[in-house]
Ligand binder design. Structure first.
Ligand SMILES: [Zn+2]
Ligand SMILES: [Zn+2]
Length: 430
């Protein structure tokens, strides 16, 4: 019994020791708030597309170096990694921000409105931080400065990961994501746990939203070709009609969610987003092509949904005498917050921003490549509110749109929360 009590006692002393750092974090976060807002406005004005974040990466690397960190550049193309060595031994805690913007032309009238344009898929387009990654970079630069200012007291080290291309690179023959490539290049090997946040234009400022377990969906692409036999539209009996077959297949897909998936556990989505076949009112074509997206929240469910899609389309085609080619391409895995790490994180967040402001969210059918980091090591991902208080989330512009807007007064809570998560994790890990 004594043996058990002593380590527990030591543990609580250490945890207490680390949480003693909280007042210093509060004070340092408040002091850096205006700098974080300034950084974000600068990134907002000069946004860069995935794997082209040259200016952003240079500002980040210079900042981390000035804080005395060991800095590696050009990780996964344009990524930057800085390591802050704490004064005492302990775990390596990683924090992540994504740096890329989107091919969207900004419509907001702001003094720091985007001035950049680029070429995307052969088209001239405006570039905009329409997902708010500008705020992620600025917030993490703030955390870096706060924690660097107390590094001698840290019981462990912090790895600052600034990743490129969260939105993905989709070029002919190349589909990749910044986080995936960073993991492949080994950034997570010496990491014990990772934390990250996403700004949320539809969650009130002052709040943080999270979910334990599967939080955001896995995303996979669906590509289908149904091949039949072409014929004159006036004599359908001499065809194998791929249009009628596709119609049956699309209706068949609806039974996956209503009859195959256990909807009491996790939601799922199967959407056919485009269908193309034929050229003229009186020709039954030879082929129909369909593309779609699949959203699932766990490996088992993902495997089941993929299996059912293939079975349904292939067998419906076969029953019509047609041939189906079903291709499913895996993109992002599900963003899964490890339950133990999540349980550990909540009290830190409650202490940072008040218990009433830490809210459980519904699963999100959007995706995040943070999931690749979480596949390598335990990770916790959360949403930071940036919607003006009192506004209707259904009415504010959503992410990826030209009117996307975020309030800046929640940024400081992001700095504080990530800093609390780091020192509290170190305290508990000892
Ligand atoms: Zn996005
Ligand atoms: Zn995003």
């Amino acid at each position: 019994m004594k043996k058990l009590i002593l380590p527990l006692f030591l543990l609580s002393i250490t945890a207490l020791g680390q949480s003693k750092l909280r007042p210093e974090i509060d004070q340092k976060s408040a002091a850096i708030e205006s700098k974080v807002i300034e950084w974000r406005r600068d990134f907002h004005k000069y946004p860069e597309l995935g794997n082209k974040e040259f200016r952003t990466a240079k500002i980040v690397a210079d900042h981390l170096r000035a804080l005395g960190m060991e800095v590696t550049e050009n990780v996964a193309v344009t990524g930057v990694v800085g390591v802050l060595k704490g004064g005492k031994p302990g775990p390596m805690v990683a924090l992540r921000a994504d740096m890329d913007a989107l091919p969207v032309t900004e419509r907001n009238d702001l003094p720091f409105k985007s001035v950049n344009t680029s070429t995307y898929n052969g088209q001239e387009t405006g570039v905009m931080h329409a997902c708010g990654h500008d705020s992620h970079v600025a917030i993490l630069m703030g955390v870096a400065e706060v924690l660097a200012g107390m590094k001698n007291q840290l019981e462990g080290s912090v790895k600052f990961i600034f990743q490129p291309a969260e939105e993905g690179i989709y070029e002919p023959g190349v589909t990749t994501f910044g986080a995936k490539q960073m993991v492949e290049e080994g950034v997570m090997e010496d990491v014990d746990a990772i934390f990250g946040l996403h700004i949320q234009s539809q969650l009130e400022t002052g709040k943080i939203g999270y979910r334990s377990g599967p939080f955001m969906a896995a995303v996979d692409d669906l590509n289908v070709t149904i091949t039949g036999t072409q014929a004159h539209g006036a004599s359908p009996w001499s065809s194998v009609d791929p249009i009628v077959t596709s119609a049956q297949a699309i209706l068949g897909l609806q039974t996956i969610l209503s009859r195959s998936v256990n909807i009491t556990q996790n939601p799922a989505v199967v959407t056919v987003g485009a269908i193309h076949g034929g050229i003229r009112h009186n020709i039954i074509p030879e082929k129909v092509e369909m593309i779609g997206t699949i959203r699932t929240f766990g490996d088992e469910q993902q495997a089941l949904v993929h299996k059912r899609i293939t079975e349904i389309i292939t067998n419906i085609a076969e029953s019509a005498g047609a041939k189906a080619d079903v291709n499913i391409r895996k993109l992002y895995p599900s963003t899964v917050n490890q339950p133990e790490l999540t349980a550990q994180a909540i009290p830190s967040l409650q202490a940072a921003i008040g218990s009433e402001n830490v809210v459980i969210m519904d699963p999100i059918t959007g995706a995040e490549d943070f999931s690749f980091f979480q596949r390598a090591k335990p990770g916790f991902f959360m949403m930071l509110g940036a919607m003006k208080k009192g506004e209707d989330p259904a009415k504010v512009p959503s992410h990826h749109t030209p009117g996307f807007h975020i309030e800046e007064d929640g940024f400081v809570l992001g700095v504080k929360s990530l800093s609390y998560l780091v020192v509290d994790y170190m305290g508990k890990k000892k």
